[in-house]
Design a protein around this ligand. Structure first.
Ligand SMILES: Nc1ncnc2c1ncn2[C@@H]1O[C@H](COP(=O)(O)OP(=O)(O)OP(=O)(O)O)[C@@H](O)[C@H]1O
Length: 236
């Protein structure tokens, strides 16, 4: 095992939501370590708490009890602004609905996270073009997102999520709006680029093909996290 901390560490995390007089526990004592280089799939029925878990890892929400550490930092000890910065610098996101900014071109969408992290325009542009080339969209940088197909938009979203080389990628049903063949193409890219960048990917999916390719398969069941398969690689 290496001396570097896990990219994500959850220590006995509980999350309850209060509605009226009742508190409902969505996560009950979840512990988890994710390491760089791991491609991890997260399964679970609708309402089982998958998005809640992603929100806690990204620091958008805080646990009721327990600790969440990202890149060695305890999110509960950070201010909201510090959590926002950590998220911007260290995490890439891919959403089911693509979530590209409609008023920016494809290239501007991809260079945005690089520029937000302080790179100058020339460097950000070069990095965006490199990523667009890798997702097969080198000639679409000047187009606006609504001119692209769903699969193309999601490939742009993959490029955007990885443009600032984050150690952690969180993807919430990235193929949910795509047909099977297009979804497979997007997942190939997602897997290839996260492995090449030695990032850790945590992907919520129902895609059986992806489950077979994952290093680890986790499932939310009754508020707990179950490790379904233990194809763990050697720690990077
Ligand atoms: N802000 C909130 N306030 C109250 N309840 C919430 C809140 N956010 C989530 N929940 C509840 O927590 C439970 C888990 O929701 P979550 O969105 O994490 O599930 P999920 O596994 O991602 O579901 P799906 O696959 O349908 O997206 C649900 O019952 C939901 O209603």
């Amino acid at each position: 095992m290496s001396d570097t901390p896990p990219v994500v560490e959850l220590r006995d995390v509980t999350k309850s939501y209060v509605e009226g007089d009742t508190a409902r526990e969505v996560l009950s004592g979840v512990s988890l370590s994710l390491w760089r280089g791991e491609f991890v799939v997260l399964l679970g029925r609708s309402g089982s708490g998958k998005s809640t878990l992603l929100n806690l890892i990204s620091g958008i929400d805080l646990p009721t009890r327990g600790e969440v550490h990202v890149d060695g930092k305890n999110l509960g000890a950070l201010s909201e602004r510090e959590r926002t910065l950590l998220r911007r610098e260290r995490v890439g996101f891919i959403f089911q609905a693509f979530n590209l900014l409609p008023t920016l071109t494809v290239e501007e969408n991809v260079r945005l996270p690089v520029e937000l992290n302080g790179s100058d325009a020339a460097k950000a542009g070069a990095r965006a073009r490199e990523l667009l080339e890798q997702v097969g969209l080198a000639n679409r940088g000047g187009s606006f997102p609504d001119r692209l197909s769903g699969g193309e938009q999601q490939r742009v979203a993959v490029a955007r999520a990885l443009a600032h080389a984050p150690p952690l990628l969180l993807a919430d049903e990235p193929t949910g709006n795509l047909d099977e063949a297009t979804g497979r193409q997007v997942l190939d890219l997602l897997e290839g680029l996260t492995r090449r960048g030695q990032a850790c990917a945590l992907v919520v999916t129902h895609e059986p093909g992806l489950v077979a390719r994952a290093d680890r398969v986790l499932e939310m069941v009754g508020g707990r996290l179950v490790e379904r398969e233990a194809h763990r690689k050697e720690r990077p």
